[in-house]
Design a protein around this ligand. Structure first.
Ligand SMILES: C[S@@+](CC[C@H](N)C(=O)[O-])C[C@H]1O[C@@H](n2cnc3c(N)ncnc32)[C@H](O)[C@@H]1O
Length: 308
C-alpha cells in the first residue's frame, strides 16, 4: 500500500491546549496517519504514552508504520471512539491526562476514489469508515422515503434545497455510484453554481448518517470527560458547523453544570460544573496555515479542562 500523507491541522495549538507533559498519558481518538500523535509522543518524552484509536483499519495500519519508532509508548487500536471509555480501561489509559479528537475524514480518505466519499470520482456509494459497519450510503439513498431523505439532507447537510434533491433522488433510483448521485443533485438544483460543488452538502449529509458521526461525537465527549484526570484536557478540532455546535454546547453545559430550565427558581438537578472552558475565543488556523493547507480553512479548535 502506498504510504499516505495527511497534514495535521492546528498541530501546535492542539499540543499546547493538551498541555502535553513528559510522562503523561494521552489518547488520540482519531489517530489516522499519526500527525498529532507523533507530536504528542515527542513532547511527552521521557515516559509518556499515547493510545491511538481509529475506526478505519487502513488508518491504523499507516499509523503503526509511522509511529513504529516509539515502540510500546504508542498503542494503536482499530476502534470507534464511541467506545472510548471501554477501550481506555482495557488499555490502561484511564485516567488520562489529555484526550484529542480531530474530527471528520483525512484528506487521504476523501481522496481515495474507492471509498465513495468524493463526488469527483466514480465509486460505489459506500462512505463507511469501516467494513464492519453494515449500512452504506447506497442503502440509505435507495431505501429511505423521500421525506426521510429530505430531512436527512437538510439536517446533516444544512442544504436548503433538500426537498427538491430528495424528490430527484427518489425519481432516479436505484443509484449505485457517486457520480450517478452527484449528477442527480446537479440536475435537481439546476446546474452548477458558485464555487462549491452542488453535491457537497448532500455528500456531507450521507457521510454523517452512514457513520453516525454526531451520535458518536456526543458519546465520545461525555466519555472523554469521565476518563480524564482532574485538570486533564479535552481538545476537539471540528470541520463543519454541526460538529462545532455540538462541541460548543457540550463544553458550555459542562462548564455550567445545572441543567434545570431557567423558569425554575432554584436548581433541582444538582449537577455541578465538570469543566472549565479554555478557548473563550475559538481557535482557527493562522493565515499562513490556511494558505499552506487549504483543508485547514474550516477547522475550529475548542478545549476545556476537567475540574477537580
Ligand atoms: C482528520 S483525520 C485525523 C488526522 C490525524 N489527527 C493526523 O494528524 O494524522 C480523522 C480520522 O478520524 C477517524 N474517525 C472518524 N470518525 C471516527 C470514529 N467515530 N471513531 C474512530 N475514528 C474515527 C477517521 O477514520 C480519520 O482517520
Amino acid at each position: 500500500m502506498m504510504d499516505r500523507e495527511h497534514v495535521p491541522v492546528l498541530l501546535d495549538e492542539a499540543v499546547r491546549y493538551l498541555d502535553v507533559k513528559p510522562g503523561g498519558k494521552y489518547i488520540d481518538c482519531t489517530v489516522d496517519g499519526g500527525g498529532h500523535a507523533r507530536a504528542i509522543l515527542e513532547r511527552s518524552q521521557p515516559g509518556g504514552s499515547l493510545l491511538g484509536l481509529d475506526a478505519d483499519p487502513a488508518a491504523i495500519a499507516v499509523a503503526a508504520r509511522r509511529l513504529e519508532e516509539f515502540g510500546q509508548r504508542a498503542v494503536l487500536v482499530n476502534e470507534n471512539f464511541r467506545d472510548l471509555h471501554d477501550v481506555a480501561v482495557a488499555q490502561r489509559f484511564k485516567p488520562a491526562d489529555g484526550v484529542l479528537l480531530d474530527l471528520g475524514l483525512s484528506s487521504l480518505q476523501l481522496d481515495d476514489p474507492g471509498r465513495g466519499f468524493s463526488f469527483q470520482a466514480e465509486a460505489p456509494l459506500d462512505m463507511r469508515l469501516s467494513l464492519q459497519q453494515t449500512v452504506t450510503a447506497a442503502d440509505i439513498v435507495n431505501a429511505r422515503s423521500e421525506g426521510e431523505l429530505a430531512d436527512l439532507i437538510y439536517r446533516y447537510g444544512e442544504e436548503p434545497l433538500s426537498r427538491r434533491i430528495a424528490r430527484h433522488i427518489v425519481q432516479s433510483r436505484p443509484l449505485h455510484t457517486t457520480l450517478e448521485l452527484a449528477n442527480v443533485v446537479i440536475r435537481a438544483v439546476g446546474g452548477r453554481r458558485g464555487k462549491i460543488h452542488p453535491a457537497t452538502r448532500t455528500f456531507q449529509a450521507l457521510r454523517i448518517a452512514v457513520n453516525e458521526e454526531l451520535d458518536n461525537l456526543y458519546t465520545a465527549l461525555e466519555q472523554a470527560l469521565d476518563i480524564l484526570v482532574p485538570a486533564g484536557r479535552l481538545v476537539v478540532i471540528s470541520f463543519h458547523s454541526l460538529e462545532d455546535r455540538a462541541v460548543k454546547e457540550f463544553m458550555r453545559q459542562e462548564a455550567k453544570g445545572c441543567r434545570c430550565p431557567p423558569s425554575l427558581p432554584a436548581c433541582v438537578c444538582g449537577r455541578q460544573p465538570r469543566a472549565r472552558i479554555l478557548t473563550g475565543k475559538i481557535v482557527t488556523p493562522s493565515r499562513d496555515e490556511a494558505l499552506k493547507n487549504p483543508r485547514s480553512r474550516s477547522a475550529k479548535l475548542r478545549a476545556c479542562e476537567k475540574l477537580g
